[in-house]
Design a protein around this ligand. Structure first.
Ligand SMILES: C[S@@+](CC[C@H](N)C(=O)[O-])C[C@H]1O[C@@H](n2cnc3c(N)ncnc32)[C@H](O)[C@@H]1O
Length: 264
């Protein structure tokens, strides 16, 4: 008889498009077992049957799988490097920037990019795309309403410039909200955007198996223009970046190695 968890992952795959066999198993299984137990089911078979018929349970399960935690300026120092070094470098070379925030969760990351870029370039020189596998997270992102805990790294001036306070929540202002286009996208299954100057893909690769990660690096590399930059999370350093046609630009920033030398 097939393993209870394996059958469950196959059912989840056909129901939601999320292939759990590409996520680190021990970690994911532990998370899902604890949720299943909390809901009073002794097997994944019974838990899945119940989730199929109960939208609330399915939604909770999706939330557990996708792990939507995010915040503005997550790892602030890295965003300072982005603002002072990476973006000026890219702007110097190109008239327009196409930026992709991949696995952007509830939108804090692409909005952080939009706030930074609003100081550095006019909006007609920018395109910012935010994608995630989770439609609920994207709905939250489009709404643009955040609890103050996700703004702990935003300066007082930043809050004043880009948010309107609503009780203990902050609403992102329209001029920033309109700079980001959100779209559903599965990093392990869908076609990637092309010709990106900057890809921000942070705090999602840690959940993937090594094989899935390697394939992802290759696809991210292909999605960049020559010399384009990939920005990863602070626990997601790429070992042997040259293996994937990247070189280190700064800590946690990788630049695509251009294969065709520029004609001067
Ligand atoms: C911890 S959040 C990271 C959010 C943001 N990038 C940050 O660093 O704050 C991880 C996000 O990855 C998304 N995710 C998980 N698997 C994915 C996949 N296969 N394709 C795209 N997004 C995925 C989840 O839905 C979740 O919103």
């Amino acid at each position: 008889m097939k393993d209870d968890y394996i059958t469950f992952t196959e059912n989840v795959h056909s129901k939601t498009g999320i292939n759990l066999s590409l996520y680190k198993e021990t970690q994911m299984k532990r998370r899902l077992t604890s949720l299943r137990d909390k809901r009073g089911f002794r097997t994944f078979f019974h838990y899945y049957k119940a989730a199929e018929e109960n939208e609330g349970l399915l939604e909770e399960l999706m939330n557990k799988i996708t792990i939507n935690v995010s915040e503005f300026y997550r790892n602030r120092q890295r965003f300072d490097v982005l603002e002072k070094k990476v973006i000026p470098h890219l702007l110097e070379k190109r008239g327009r920037l196409r930026i992709w925030s991949a696995a952007c969760s509830t939108g804090e990351e692409p909005y952080t990019l939009a706030m930074i870029l609003s100081r550095l370039a006019p909006s007609d020189r920018l395109e910012i795309i935010g994608t995630d596998i989770d439609p609920q997270a994207l709905a939250h992102a489009r709404e643009g309403l955040y609890h103050e805990r996700s703004l702990k790294e935003v300066s007082v001036e930043g809050k004043q410039a880009h948010f309107t306070k609503e009780g203990s929540f902050y609403r992102i202002d329209d001029d920033i909200r309109k700079r980001v286009k959100f779209k559903e996208h599965n990093l392990l299954a869908d076609e990637f955007p092309s010709r990106c100057d900057l890809i921000v893909c942070r705090n999602v690769m840690i959940y993937f198996t090594d094989e899935a990660k390697q394939e992802l690096y290759r696809n991210l590399n292909r999605a960049l223009v020559d010399d384009g930059i990939l920005f990863v999370g602070s626990t997601e350093q790429i070992f042997s970046p040259e293996h994937y046609n990247f070189k280190v630009f700064d800590t946690f920033f990788y630049q695509k190695i251009s294969l065709t030398p520029l004609m001067l």
